[in-house]
Design a protein around this ligand. Structure first.
Ligand code: MLT
Length: 274
């Protein structure tokens, strides 16, 4: 549960709920697939000492609704929503960290709104698109969540997203994440899975991303394995690479200090500190 209060702003045809806390150079944090801003809870606690943090619930998740259940959610739309949020707050540019699906949106934010992103952190994410077996798994996930609901979906997802030893050592963190997933709207989870299934391969375009970047991941990630993050780092002209030992997919929760340290390093490298 985040300590900071949420506000809302009109963005790209929806009302986006977000946290806006701290002061200093702006840092926008984008969460992943079937979750909300709380994946960044540890960063929300510590980083506002140095930065202005903007942490939305992105379209369809948490307190931000997707207005039309019959229409798709796309990765490009998530990028446009993020650009619109910065505009609504009169923030001309920011450093942006995208966790997992938030990273998929970050590629499009950089491509479609290049002046808005001064530095980029790709956290537990990849540039490549789904291969055919992953795309079929998404369809199964979509059917499962629509048929069985978010509670059942959370129960099947959670064991895969944390490192096995973390599940044993931090059951309260795992349970909090399970509750966040179980509280989401099933159709919105399905629409976001479909958005990931249809996303394009960004690998051929990585050389266009010239701002300072950081690629941050976990050595035990079973969703985005280390080799996918290494490929991303190698394709980016100006990036650092930090592989956090023993950490699974949920790096901001499993290694809060490590992730915050890497974000801090990126901000300094980009000259975004006071
Ligand atoms: C996420 O955490 O955002 C997703 O699991 C990423 C994915 O499945 O590709």
């Amino acid at each position: 549960m985040s300590v900071a209060e949420m506000r809302t702003a009109p963005t790209n045809g929806i009302e986006t709920a977000f946290i806006d806390c701290g002061s200093g150079p702006p840092l926008l944090l984008l969460h992943g697939f079937a979750r909300d801003h709380t994946v960044w809870d540890a960063q929300i606690e510590t980083l506002p000492r140095s930065y202005r943090l903007i942490v939305p619930d992105t379209r369809g998740m948490g307190e931000t609704k997707h207005p039309d259940p019959g229409s798709a959610i796309t990765i490009e739309q998530l990028a446009d929503d993020s650009a619109a949020l910065l505009e609504a707050l009169d923030i001309p540019f920011a450093a942006v960290a995208g966790f997992s699906m938030g990273g998929y949106a970050l590629f499009h934010l950089i491509m479609n709104h290049p002046n808005k992103v001064r530095a980029a952190a790709f956290v537990s994410t990849r540039a490549s698109a789904d291969d055919p077996s992953k795309a079929s798994e998404r369809i199964r996930q979509m059917n499962h969540v629509r048929d069985e609901g978010a509670e059942a979906f959370a129960a099947t997802l959670v064991p895969h997203i944390f490192a096995a030893h973390f599940i044993d050592s931090h059951p309260e963190v795992v349970e909090a994440t399970r509750r966040v997933i179980a509280a989401q709207v099933p159709n919105n989870i399905a629409l976001r899975a479909d958005a990931m299934r249809q996303r394009v391969d960004m690998t051929p375009r990585l050389s266009e991303i010239t701002c300072p970047c950081a690629v941050i991941g976990g050595s035990e990630d079973r969703i985005v394995p280390p080799h996918a993050m290494k490929e991303l780092h190698e394709g980016l002209p100006n990036s650092t690479f930090d592989m956090l030992e023993g950490v699974g997919h949920m790096s901001p929760l499993e290694a809060p200090e490590g992730v915050s340290f890497c974000l801090d390093q990126l901000m300094q490298h980009a000259g975004m500190w006071m």
